[in-house]
Design a protein around this ligand. Structure first.
Ligand code: ATP
Length: 402
């Protein structure tokens, strides 16, 4: 599966900009969606940007608008061009074609140091080993020739924001990976850029620290009001932190939407499989009526019904994508006949609050279903090798045509 979509659906519960995780502080920006407001101008615009390295096209004709205060994620598999796009914005690579604008100004030909609105935090952190934490954080400000008192105030502010005060006099080798990452972030934040670029900023952290750091990043982004653009190959991370996500493949932006919309309406199998767990059933359209489409599963396992999308015609090959948490799994045969399939449990994963079932159906396909381990369902304990039924309402599957 593309991107191995390893996260459980519970971990990547659909969100929109108006529906952020509860632990996010301060309160989420409820109606934050500047990309829907025609009166808003983007803070960053890539206009028909192409980047070639010799004969290799790393970025293909990319057009992208990012708005002030967004937490924008570039997501995609290794080598898809995420870092190249970010590096072009920072000025470390020059587009072969196209223009880049920041705040309406064409910055394509500016050197990195001339792009004062933009600051980049590197994956390697690039800390100076001989400098203390506070000297590291103040480095860029000293380079800019800022007055000593102002530097001290900025450094103190950045250290407080990242809770680094007690490490002020340590050198990088006396810090953990997570602490070093916070110093690198503090150094970038201290310059108060309008746009912060983060290339896999949490790559060196273990899963627990990484999740903690994601919430820290969100807090800092909201506290400072900075526009964050993050590169990540981790779909859970993008779903957690971002107001919008651009999913990339082979140098192209294949889908740009909020985490919730990408999860619910991915638009293609590539995106559906890249974001969260999904079951994909291939079939052919047999009829379309009253906003519903009937689909025949090729293995003769029956008909499915789903909410129709525009442009379908009888005989067309389509895919029905179904999130595991939308499937109902039961030992008893459902009373309805449409959207039900029998199968055998071949694997059960107990994850505490939920269980994960892998069910082999007659076509040979393995279908994943999730079930909450609530009190009501405990009496119906589904086990390995049980014959079960899978069932879903017609309006929860997504019809995909590519
Ligand atoms: P990763 O997640 O592995 O960092 P990525 O999506 O950020 O990958 P990029 O670093 O943007 O990918 O690279 C995109 C493509 O461009 C890759 O195939 C890479 O090999 C190629 N590439 C990047 N920089 C250069 C370069 N300086 N010369 C030649 N090819 C390059």
């Amino acid at each position: 599966m593309a991107g191995s979509a390893s996260a459980t659906a519970a971990q990547v519960a659909p969100k929109t900009a108006a529906h952020k995780p509860a632990s996010r502080t301060p309160a989420p920006q409820t109606n934050f969606a500047p990309w829907k407001d025609p009166a808003k101008s983007p803070i960053v615009r890539f206009e028909n940007v192409t980047k070639r390295f010799g004969d290799f096209v790393a970025i293909k004709n990319c057009t992208l608008d990012i708005y002030e205060r967004e937490f924008f994620a570039l997501l995609g598999p290794s080598g898809c061009g995420k870092s190249t796009l970010l590096r072009m914005l920072a000025g470390f690579e020059k587009p072969t074609d196209g223009r880049i604008f920041v705040g309406g100004k064409d910055i394509t030909d500016l050197a990195p140091y001339e792009r004062t609105d933009v600051n980049m935090m590197f994956q390697s952190y690039a800390l100076f080993p001989h400098m203390t934490v506070e000297r590291n954080i103040g480095f860029g400000l000293r380079q800019d020739g800022m007055a000593k008192g102002d530097i001290e105030a900025r450094v103190a502010e950045a250290m407080a924001l990242l809770e680094l005060e007690k490490f002020a006099h340590r050198k990088p080798h006396q810090l953990s990976g997570g602490q070093q990452q916070r110093v690198a972030l503090a150094r970038a934040i201290a310059k108060k850029p309008r746009i912060m670029l983060l290339d896999e900023p949490l790559g060196a952290l273990d899963k627990r620290l990484r999740q903690q750091a994601q919430f820290e990043l969100m807090r800092i982004q909201e506290t400072t009001g900075t526009t964050f653009i993050i590169v990540t190959h981790d779909q859970e991370e993008a779903m957690t932190v971002a107001s919008r996500i651009a999913v990339m493949n082979h140098g192209e932006l294949v889908h740009i939407a909020t985490p919730g919309d990408i999860y619910e309406f991915p638009g293609s199998r590539y995106v559906a499989q890249f974001i969260g767990d999904v079951n994909v059933f291939e079939g052919k359209v047999t009829a379309i009526h009253d906003g519903t489409v009937d689909i025949e599963w090729p293995s003769g396992q029956g008909q499915f019904a789903a909410t129709a999308i525009d442009g379908l015609s009888p005989g067309q090959q389509v895919w029905l994508a179904m999130r595991p948490e939308k499937l109902r799994i039961s030992l008893a045969k459902p009373t309805t006949t449409c959207n039900t399939i029998p199968g055998k449990v071949i694997d059960v994963g107990y994850l505490g609050s939920i269980s994960h079932y892998h069910v082999r159906v007659a076509s040979g396909q393995t279908v994943t279903a999730l079930r909450a381990n609530s009190a009501q369902t405990v009496e119906q304990n589904i086990k390995w090798d049980d014959d079960v039924w899978l069932e879903w309402p017609h309006d929860v599957g997504m019809i995909l045509t590519k």
